[in-house]
Design a protein around this ligand. Structure first.
Ligand code: HEM
Length: 412
């Protein structure tokens, strides 16, 4: 297959959404560092993706990731350019995800002082408690849509408690965060982009108010700590706290929802692996890592060449876009044995699903803990869990997930 056809299918067709892996394979075999017709360099090998994400000549260009891939609809492309420009002019992209060193280094260091591994470890008891509660209700009802009843409520409760968003406000974020994320998709339409912008403004306006509230009445939560954090006389300004809180909250559940949904989908499609996990829960940690690898909630990441660079001997001129296909890296046979198979006993190192280098996901341990506790609670409470309808994919390529995961359960 011509690599540019494979790319177009990947980003803009149902084929890519249904199963991107054959397209990743075709691309990797035809041109592992592919200089596409759109001008972007597209990477499919694990080592090349890792190298690119760790290369400080490549960085963030203050552009939404989807805008780095030309859309098939020029009107959508134009609207996205306008939106990104507006967000730059209004300094709305002030969170670490969009920054390069030294600004990134400074902000991440300040945030890391309060969002510590110890804090995540302390959350573990809460995660276990919340998982037991949510799964308990789900099992008592005999199952239903796992995405709706488990995969959304758990991460939103965890990140809600952590950041300090009051419980009555959690439900409204489901659509708002999902709609904002849809705007980052390469295939976003004009309507998707318009809705994404409105949703982003609404989320941001919410945090402006919450920050005011916490400044007046600090609580035992991350938001209050972000407002108070100080290091060597430096602190986060109010705009940064709003941007970071919005980022943590949004990044905290859209992705983890899909980790749980995609993970359950993988088990349902591989009953032998499901039985194996049920028979031996000591495999939980490697099973969750395998879920992340085999069906990554984030399928691609992107960078811009801040100066001339080179990857695997290919010259990348300044200002070029580099797309790292994380899903392709995760199924690279040079990195993983029998790479396209789903094997919960695999022990071959971490997948590329959380990125690499200075922007490596800050919530990796938190979401792994959530995945492990949810499946642990399921194993503890039900003897069988079976598919009870269709597994339908959402029409999203970058944030990969299911529309619903209907299951039937037999309680212990
Ligand atoms: C399965 C769940 C998750 C996946 C697959 C995931 C994936 C990623 C990836 C690929 C990146 C790198 C982005 C880049 O290089 O441009 C990232 C960054 C980030 N993630 Fe996650 N994430 C998940 C869960 C979370 C959670 C639960 C949180 C927060 C509590 C979180 C917070 C962040 C933050 C703050 C960054 C930006 C770090 C930086 O720019 O230095 N993520 N995530």
């Amino acid at each position: 297959m011509d690599p540019d056809d494979a790319l177009a299918n990947l980003f803009f067709s149902d084929e890519g959404i249904d199963d991107p892996v054959p397209l990743y394979r075709a691309l990797r075999e035809a041109a592992p560092v592919h200089h596409s017709a759109t001008g972007a360099f597209v990477l499919t090998r694990f080592e090349d993706c890792r190298e690119a994400l760790r290369d400080n000549r490549l960085g963030k260009a203050n552009r939404a990731s989807g805008s780095l891939i030309p859309n098939s609809d020029p009107a959508a492309d134009e609207l996205r350019r306008e939106q990104v420009q507006r967000s730059i002019d209004e300094k709305r992209s002030a969170s670490m995800l969009f920054l390069n060193p030294p600004h990134h280094t400074r902000q991440r260091a300040l945030v890391s002082r309060v969002f510590t591994p110890r804090r995540v470890e302390k959350m573990r008891e809460n995660i276990k408690h919340l998982s037991d509660q949510i799964i308990g209700d789900f099992v008592a009802e005999g199952g239903g849509d796992l995405l709706d009843k488990v995969a959304f409520p758990l991460p939103v409760a965890v990140i809600g408690q952590l950041v300090g968003v009051p419980e009555q406000d959690w439900p409204q974020f489901r659509d708002l965060v999902s709609q904002s994320a849809a705007g980052l998709e390469p295939g976003a339409t004009v309507d998707d982009l318009t809705l994404a912008e409105e949703s982003r403004s609404e989320v941001s306006a919410y945090f402006v108010e919450l920050v005011k509230e916490r400044r007046a009445n600090p609580q035992d939560d991350l938001l209050s700590d972000l407002l108070a954090v100080e290091e060597a006389g430096d602190s986060l300004n109010e705009g940064e706290v709003i941007a970071v809180a919005t980022l943590l909250f949004a990044a905290g559940f859209e992705t983890t929802t899909n980790l749980i949904g995609n993970g359950m989908g993988a088990l349902l499609r591989h009953p032998d692996q499901k039985e194996r996990l049920w028979a031996d829960p000591s495999l939980l940690a490697s099973a969750v890592d395998e879920m992340l690898r085999w069906d990554s909630p984030i399928q691609f990441d992107a960078r811009t060449a801040l100066e001339d660079a080179e990857i695997a001997g290919v010259k990348i001129p300044k200002d070029s876009t580099v797309i790292t296909l994380l899903g392709a890296a995760n199924t690279d046979p040079a990195q993983f044995t029998n790479a396209e198979a789903f094997d919960i006993t695999r022990d071959e190192g971490q997948p590329m699903s959380f990125g690499s280098g200075i922007h490596y996901c800050l919530g990796a341990n938190l979401s792994r803990a959530e995945g492990q506790e949810v499946f642990s609670a399921l194993i503890g409470t039900c003897t069988s869990i079976e598919l009870a309808g269709d597994l339908k994919r959402r029409r999203r390529m970058g944030f990969r997930g299911y529309e619903s995961v209907p299951v039937e359960i037999v309680a212990r």
